[in-house]
Design a protein around this ligand. Sequence first.
Ligand code: PLP
Length: 400
Amino acid sequence: MGKKEHGFETKVIHGGYDSKDFLGSLTTPLFQTSTFTFDSAEQGENRFAGTEDGYVYSRLGNPTVRALEDRIAQLEGGEAGLAFGSGMAAVSAVLIGLTKANDHILCSRGVYGCTFGLLSMMEDKYNITTSFSTMNTEEEIRNLIRPETSCIYVETPINPTMELIDLEMVAKVAKDYDIPVIVDNTFATPYLQKPLEIGCDLVLHSATKYIGGHGDVVAGLLIGKQDIIQQLAMTTQKDIGGIISPFDAWLLLRGLKTLPVRMDRHCANAEKVVTRLKDHALVSSVYYPGDAQHEDYEIMKKQMKQGGGLISFEIKGGKEEAQAFLNHLSFIKKAVSLGDAESLIQHPATMTHSVVPEEIREKMGITNSLIRLSVGLEAWEDIWEDLYQALNQVTQSKTI
Ligand SMILES: Cc1ncc(COP(=O)(O)O)c(C=O)c1O
């Protein structure tokens, strides 16, 4: 029988690791070492020259980290992966690596607050300007591309508004101009969405979220073609140095094994909660890509397997009501981050996106009444019950 490619659920467990290479150890060993010894001075010379394979120093490569990089590359359908000490280390390595002073970046209308902060800093320091775009039509994208546009940066679903970008369309336009498309795939994970297979060039993750899945690691991942990943490994990763620790890589390898089962449950729980939230009198809008009434539902059907585990919604009133609602919750945790077993809830305008100036926040659709919920793995009835009682308490205390 010919060798058939393993399914996603098998790759999350076995990808990038063969126990035969490591004394039969079932789980990937943790190489908690900063450096690697050479048998001779010549061997050291050859390893630095790249004429002999082998590890040198953990900032340049480590076997536990390598297993993670190979596994995520397989899962995203890329040739190579790179691991970082945070999602932002991955974002900054790729954006700094692909641009030079006076360049231009085309970016989706909304992005994570610190990504926005980084783009602003790049403009202030290096005159690298950014145009934010809804990317709704090919024409809109073409009109914004300039001779100095060095990359297109897309978040989809967008944090926290849950708008989607049509990746096939963006990739097609970008090819005409030979501009690389970078996709932040944090919200979807490769289980729900594979941007590289759609024609995009680089995918990155805040692996802190669903990839880790247990709220105990801050990490980032970047995946793409061998040549560009190698180039970034030897420049912005090696020399800026935002690498992951071997232990955190080990935790991510462990977390990844359950990604598909966790994602199925996150999605199923989110669907139950969305239906009920939409019926509550205090809730004015619910944004969930898996909802047939979501404005980008057709895009979701085209490029995502399911709607994901994140829901945003607006409640009647403003900041005061949003904060009161959060304060009335019982076991749902008020915390930024997402993708953990625990349901986490936050107020983007005053938390994750507070660095974005108010007028730009408004343009991004982040109002003072917007709330972002990362639906956890608890019994969905308990999650809904907690939301319901908190919504009712706000309704009772206000005459909205
Ligand atoms: C979509 C998205 N991208 C990137 C990041 C940054 O990741 P990290 O916090 O791991 O640096 C985050 C963090 O919340 C995020 O939500």
